[in-house]
Write a protein that binds this ligand. Structure first.
Ligand SMILES: NC(=O)c1ccc[n+]([C@@H]2O[C@H](COP(=O)([O-])OP(=O)(O)OC[C@H]3O[C@@H](n4cnc5c(N)ncnc54)[C@H](O)[C@@H]3O)[C@@H](O)[C@H]2O)c1
Length: 234
């Protein structure tokens, strides 16, 4: 049977590539996002992930429409540049609520169905920042470290029920995220950090995400896989 997949943030750069990767494999995909996807290859469930009740509602509707769920990909996220002294409580709450709390809420919303079925894969898109968070993005790095911690907790609690939970840690991927502050000098500097000499593209992340939810990735759980072109190696 083809996989039934929910992708949060599936209308954005990396999320849209993840949707297309699963669709290419014959999967039925539901996108949960606050804006509609460009194409029509997936069904769309509008949601504001800042709102836990709305998030549970959207996940429930998506599962009902798909007739179950095999894969959850948490890809929605926001980024903001701010030095530690400039991060406001509101900034902190918004970044942590969307990146980390919504990941917990969607995991909680799909888990009963996966536990009942005794199978399922969850892939959380974290970031290189979870392991190597730099200055100017302390709240973002904290949110992604929280995503990795939630991933490990899910792997430990649900592995005995046949569910795998992994995280993917992209490096610098050319999408809308960060585009407003991106310069040619930034692109050159970040490209130079990779032994491969380039930034990531959404398809780099989509391929690894798909692998983790496939039988070939079935013995991986609790991992945080770097997709950084070697920018970090731990
Ligand atoms: N682009 C990068 O360099 C990079 C690097 C590491 C990790 N990541 C992570 O990859 C994921 C995808 O990033 P991207 O580059 O594709 O970003 P993007 O901005 O292109 O897409 C993010 C998507 O999330 C959705 N979203 C954001 N807030 C939402 C909310 N409150 N409710 C519903 N939907 C919401 C947006 O509408 C958008 O479609 C994010 O979790 C990001 O932190 C990105």
């Amino acid at each position: 049977m083809s996989q039934r997949v929910i992708v949060t943030g599936g209308s954005g750069g990396i999320g849209a590539a993840i949707v297309e990767r699963f669709v290419a494999d014959g999967a039925a995909v539901a996108v949960l996002d606050r804006r509609a996807p460009a194409g029509e290859s997936a069904s769309f469930f509008p949601v504001d992930l800042l709102d836990p009740l709305d998030t549970r509602r959207a996940v429930g509707e998506a599962i009902a429409a798909l007739g179950g769920i095999d894969v959850l990909v948490n890809c929605a996220g926001i980024f903001q540049h701010a030095s530690l002294l400039d991060i406001t409580v509101d900034d902190w709450d918004r970044v942590l609520d969307i990146n980390a709390r919504a990941t917990l809420v969607t995991m909680q919303a799909v888990a009963p169905v996966m536990l009942e079925a005794r199978q399922g894969s969850i892939v959380n898109i974290a970031s290189m920042a979870a392991k190597h968070g730099g200055g100017g993005e302390g709240h973002y790095a904290a949110s992604k470290a929280a995503v990795v911690a939630l991933t490990r907790a899910g792997a430990q609690e649900w592995g005995c029920h046949g569910i795998t939970v992994n995280a993917v840690c992209p490096g610098y991927v050319l999408t809308d995220m960060g585009a407003d502050t991106r310069s040619e000098a930034d692109i050159a500097a970040w490209s130079a950090k990779s032994p491969l000499g380039r930034l990531g593209i959404p398809e780099d992340v989509a391929g690894v995400t798909h692998f983790l939810a496939s039988p070939a990735g079935g013995y991986l759980t609790g991992q945080a896989i770097n997709v950084t072109g070697g920018m970090i190696m731990h």
